[in-house]
Each structure stands twice: as structure tokens, then as C-alpha cells.
Design a protein around this ligand. Structure first.
Ligand SMILES: C[S@@+](CC[C@H](N)C(=O)[O-])C[C@H]1O[C@@H](n2cnc3c(N)ncnc32)[C@H](O)[C@@H]1O
Length: 275
């Protein structure tokens, strides 16, 4: 596969100011779960790879506390600028955001107690090599937790819990791995082998259901323009976008929860944990 990093960087630069709007809940709960599974404790030094707007970085900083340190790195300058501004506005001590490639983070060996990455590490060109580099960055007893969206294939293909997204993404594949069309990180067997080769003693893959919620089917479609799926939309010819959007919106609306009034869709998220 060719190096897709310049494409990803441009895509995330374009969405940084409206990334992950509040009327769809998806990245934030996944980020919190990553922090929980990484077992971040007060005083920990944490590296968040592909931190974006901080869905995992801010909960990690809260868990690490005043005596800890949380460093977020991201390929996108605009993401880094927006998140760094938020860190300044919140006056968070011990939190830093840097522009850096997550494939090979430039820190001395043994700098961190935990390396995390939510919905980002699956986009790296070589995840096996990245896990090996993350292992070097950890101190003895260090922990890893990364998450990725993972595709449900049976009884029919679903992406973000919807058959319509799976169908259209197949038609307008962008080759960038930002949305999944197979198991995350090449599947459980492959990722466990990669982690063992990297030197992790304990490794596990946990596929968990996450309920994505959206104010409406329309809000969900708008949300797909605010993250990596933007690359999919850019490939859909302009004269077909309304038809594709209507298809996704209609299927999303079949998931309205009568109690909450929200569109509520079960999606699968894969969490990879190493120690
Ligand atoms: C879907 S967003 C996730 C952001 C955040 N972790 C969250 O959960 O909301 C993916 C992020 O990974 C970043 N990214 C993609 N490739 C990267 C790379 N090679 N190095 C560092 N960051 C990268 C993107 O710029 C983007 O901010």
C-alpha cells in the first residue's frame, strides 16, 4: 500500500475545527474506555498516539493527575493547534500536544508508563513496527491500549453498525484504512503475534459493542464528514452524494430509540491491550 499519511494529514487538517461534534457520541466513550483498559493511575506518564481533539488525552490527563504527564501527538497540524489551545484554555499542567508521526514517536526509550491510541493506530502504515516502537517507549510494567473500529461481516457487512455504509464504502473505497473493511489490525491472530514479537508479555484483543448515539439520521450523516470518513465522501461523485446520504440517513432512522428519542446503533470496537 502506498504511504497514505499525506492524504490523512490533509483530511484531518480539514476537519480539525469541527471534529467529533456533540450531537453524535462515539469517539469520546471509546477514548474513555481506552484510558480505563490501559489502567492509567495517578502519577503515570502517558503517550497518546493520534490524539486528535483529545477524546483519550483529556481522560488520560485526568487519570494521571497533577503528578502525572500526558503527551498527545498527531500528524495533523490543525488537530495539534486546536487541542493545544484547549489545553492552554483549561490550564492543564503536565499536558503537552506535539506534531509528530505516530509510526515512530521520537522520545527516549522508557519514557512512559502507558502508550494509548484511540481510533488512530490502525491508520499507521506498519502497525507491527509501531507496536515494537511503543514497547521500547514503555518502562518496566508499562501498558498499551489502542482501539479501532472493526467491521461486522456476518450475517452481513456492517460499518459503524450500518449495512448502507458498508455497501457504499465498498463502492468508493479510498484505501486509507480510516474506516474498516476487515478485522482491526489484521485480525486477532495477527495482532497477538505482533504484540508478542514486540515484546509484550500479556496481550489481549477485546471486541466490545459500543452504542453510537446521534440526535438524528441527518446528524449521523453530517458526522461522517467530520472525521476520516470524509475521505470516502470525497470519492463519491458530487451528483450521487444526496442519494448516498439519503440511504445512510434512512437506515440510521430505523435505529431510533423510542425511549430516548436518539438514533442508537450498536457498533463494534476492537481494543488491543498489552502489558
Ligand atoms: C479518527 S481520529 C482519532 C482522534 C482521537 N484519538 C479520538 O479518538 O477522537 C485519528 C487521528 O489520528 C491522526 N493520525 C493519523 N495518522 C497518524 C500518524 N501517522 N501519526 C500521528 N497521528 C496520526 C489523525 O490526524 C487524527 O487526528
Amino acid at each position: 500500500m502506498s504511504d497514505v499519511r499525506p492524504v490523512l494529514r490533509a483530511a484531518f487538517d480539514a476537519v480539525a475545527d469541527r471534529y467529533d461534534p456533540f450531537d453524535v457520541d462515539y469517539f469520546q466513550p471509546v477514548g474513555r474506555r481506552v484510558v480505563e483498559l490501559a489502567g492509567i493511575r495517578a502519577g503515570d506518564a502517558v503517550l497518546d498516539v493520534g490524539c486528535g481533539r483529545g477524546a483519550a488525552l483529556f481522560p488520560a490527563a485526568a487519570a494521571a493527575g497533577r503528578d502525572g504527564r500526558a503527551v498527545g501527538i498527531d500528524l495533523s497540524e490543525a488537530m495539534v493547534a486546536a487541542t493545544a489551545a484547549e489545553v492552554r484554555a483549561l490550564g492543564l499542567p503536565g499536558v503537552e500536544v506535539l506534531r509528530m508521526d505516530g509510526q515512530d514517536p521520537d522520545f527516549p526509550a522508557g519514557s512512559f508508563d502507558a502508550v494509548i491510541g484511540s481510533m488512530s493506530v490502525h491508520m499507521l502504515p506498519d502497525t507491527g513496527a509501531a507496536f515494537a516502537r511503543f514497547r521500547e517507549l514503555l518502562r518496566p510494567g508499562g501498558r498499551l491500549c489502542v482501539s479501532a473500529p472493526t467491521t461486522v461481516l456476518t450475517p452481513r457487512p456492517l460499518i459503524f453498525g450500518l449495512a448502507s455504509i458498508a455497501k457504499w464504502v465498498t463502492e468508493y473505497e479510498s484505501g486509507t484504512r480510516v474506516y474498516p473493511q476487515s478485522s482491526a489490525f489484521g485480525g486477532e491472530e495477527r495482532v497477538l503475534a505482533d504484540l508478542r514479537t514486540a515484546g509484550f508479555r500479556v496481550a489481549a484483543v477485546r471486541d466490545e459493542v459500543l452504542h453510537l448515539t446521534a440526535a438524528s439520521g441527518r446528524a449521523l450523516v453530517d458526522w461522517t464528514w467530520t472525521h476520516g470518513m470524509r475521505l470516502f465522501w470525497e470519492r463519491v461523485p458530487a451528483d450521487r452524494r444526496a442519494e448516498v446520504a439519503a440511504d445512510i440517513e434512512a437506515e440510521a432512522e430505523t435505529h431510533r430509540d423510542p425511549d430516548t428519542g436518539l438514533v442508537t446503533i450498536p457498533t463494534m470496537v476492537s481494543y488491543v491491550v498489552g502489558r
